[in-house]
Design a protein around this ligand. Structure first.
Ligand code: ZN
Ligand code: FE
Length: 255
């Protein structure tokens, strides 16, 4: 049995996710941008919340924690490195630590770059990875604290996951991310197909997440620094992959 995933739009363009295990009736929340839509999603399904997994300390991922804990008494799990700036943690996590939803194990992956303490949660049996503002749909998070090399290394770890893994990221930024992607990878037909698909999804007010890692590998320029056409397009045929990634990140910041 795999876990049931619920995607919850929050605030202007954030996502929170619920994971539910039917056998044990356990429910886990990943990130808490605001309480109301999350509590409503729990109530609609008659689920009780057991724990909250936090990806990083930014307000738009934790602002709902206090109200949700008040209503549910859920435990709070987050990065040990950021314990001083996260809500009070029930458990502090480091890379490769295990979390559990019912019988299913999830693993903590350190993915610094957007912030230095950013972590992701990977559930191999259900094939889900919660990446928040590290690997994002068609993009990656802005480098508020980390270096380009740190984000490059973080994304390299996530690229090792099975291609069918569904990437659950933290924001609905996909349309803008794809518009930028088309400027560095203009001849990529998979990218143009995705732009059309995302336009249809957004016209119907549907989330563009989660999305498979294989789709990201084919269309996300931040995972494609090795691509000969992108390198040629940027005039960086002889650069290292990390240098190409750094240039793509700099171009996105100016886009
Ligand atoms: Zn953030
Ligand atoms: Fe965010």
């Amino acid at each position: 049995m795999t876990l049931e995933l619920v995607t919850i739009p929050c605030l202007k363009d954030n996502y929170a996710y619920l994971l539910h295990d039917a056998a044990s009736d356990e429910t886990t929340l990943i990130d808490a941008p605001e309480a109301a839509p999350i509590l409503a999603a729990l109530k609609a399904r008659g689920w009780h919340l057991d724990q909250i997994l936090l990806t990083h300390h930014h307000w738009d991922h934790i602002d709902g924690v206090a109200e949700i804990v008040e209503a549910t008494s859920a435990e709070i799990l987050g990065a040990a490195a950021d314990a001083h700036r996260l809500p009070p943690l029930s458990r502090a996590l480091v890379e490769a630590d295990q979390v559990q939803v019912g019988a299913e194990i999830g693993y903590v992956i350190d993915v610094p770059g957007h912030t230095v303490g950013h972590i992701a949660f990977y559930f191999p049996v259900s094939g889900l990875c919660f990446t928040a503002d590290s690997l994002m749909a068609a993009g990656c998070g802005r480098l508020f604290e980390g270096t380009p090399q740190q984000m490059f290394d973080s994304l390299a770890k996530l690229q090792q996951l099975p291609p069918a893994t569904l990437i659950c990221s933290g924001h609905e930024y996909t349309t803008a991310n794809l518009a930028f992607a088309a400027t560095v990878d203009p001849t990529n037909t998979a990218l143009h197909a995705r732009i059309r698909e995302v336009a249809r999804q957004r016209a119907g007010n549907r989330p563009t997440v989660p999305v498979s890692l294989s789709e990201e590998l084919a269309t996300n320029p931040f995972l494609r620094a090795q691509d000969p056409y992108i390198r040629q397009h940027l005039g960086m045929a002889d650069a290292t992959d990390a240098q190409v990634f750094t240039e793509i990140r700099a171009l996105k910041d100016k886009f």
